[in-house]
Design a protein around this ligand. Structure first.
Ligand code: C5P
Length: 296
């Protein structure tokens, strides 16, 4: 029986500006995302006449609410396939952590099923299904480094093959993306042109691999509302800086906090120091590298 396996990388937002609210209730974004090698993995194969999945973490819902199950139904309907699929998920990315784990699983389910059934859907079809699944799902169809606009679904990949290292601290409790967006200050002061200029500076610092410069310009408009929802994030940010990270930021809508380093040994040292400073047993620490679109 043919099985297709895929790695589903998580992401961090190196830059996230909210440009306004939209008539559909979403927020208009300008964001720079990078996939990282902290990743789930999935396996899919054809079987039966419905969609079913298993996950190594029993607490994770595997019902129609799961983005992988939704993605599979979307795919079978769009490709007009009257068959069933089984899927297996190995979950390593923390859930509701601001790292896009569920979105990546959903995007890679679409890619895996398209491969399994001999590519019945075009890249445009996959993008359309991904955008219906969630705002940052289209980004994961290509991954790597990309500027994303609109709700997040308009993706412009940036050709960049250097790797950065990331130190991640997850407090071990989930934070709802919707609740963080609801706490965004409705008076939005970031002007589009200023945000575009800032994005160019951030992209320049990334491309020059200038850690100090990047740490001065990296920003996330969801950070303040995320800290308001979970005040202990301020303490984690402080500890990460005290451990030697040039900066510490909320990843996406949080609650994971990340720092950046140019080299892996530096990242490991910072992570170890942060573990010594933060005694909370529920906190989880990770060191990750950029994950390139080539799958490396
Ligand atoms: O699109 P997705 O389902 O991932 O979004 C989750 C929630 O995050 C939405 O229900 C919305 O409240 C919020 N959101 C937003 N603006 C965006 C993306 C997400 O307000 N650009």
């Amino acid at each position: 029986m043919k099985k297709v396996e895929r790695i589903c990388p998580a992401k961090v937002n190196l830059f996230l500006k909210i440009l306004g609210t939209r008539p559909d209730g979403y927020h208009e974004l300008l964001t720079l995302m990078q996939t990282i090698d902290l990743a789930d993995s999935i396996e899919v194969w054809e079987e039966g006449s419905s969609v079913e999945m298993q996950c190594d973490q029993k607490a994770l819902p595997t019902s129609d609410l799961n983005l992988m199950v939704k993605a599979a139904w979307f795919f079978l309907t769009k490709a007009r396939l009257k068959t069933g699929v089984r899927m297996r998920l190995v979950k390593r990315v923390p859930v509701a952590a601001g790292l896009g784990g569920g979105s990546s699983d959903g995007a890679h389910t679409l890619l895996a099923l398209n491969e399994l059934f001999g590519h019945p859907l075009s890249a445009g079809d996959l993008w359309e299904l991904a955008a219906r699944l969630g705002s940052d799902v289209p980004f994961f169809l290509t991954g790597g480094l990309a500027v994303c606009r609109g709700r997040g679904e308009i993706v412009e990949p940036v050709a960049y093959n250097e790797k950065w290292c990331f130190v991640l601290i997850n407090p071990g409790v989930p934070l709802s993306t919707r609740s963080v967006y609801e706490a965004v200050n409705p008076i939005i002061d970031s002007r589009l042109t200023a945000s575009e200029d800032l994005l160019r500076i951030v992209l320049g610092a990334v491309q020059e691999k200038d850690c100090q410069k990047l740490s001065q310009v990296l920003c996330n408009d969801l950070e303040a509302p995320a800290i308001q929802k979970m005040p202990r994030l301020a303490e984690i940010k402080r500890a990460l800086r005290e451990a030697g990270s040039a900066g510490a930021w909320v990843a996406g809508s949080g609650p994971t906090i990340f720092g950046i380093a140019a080299k892996e040994d530096q990242a490991r040292e910072i992570s170890q120091k942060a573990q010594n400073l933060l005694s909370n047993k529920s906190y989880r620490f990770y060191v990750a590298k950029s994950f390139l679109p080539s799958g490396k």
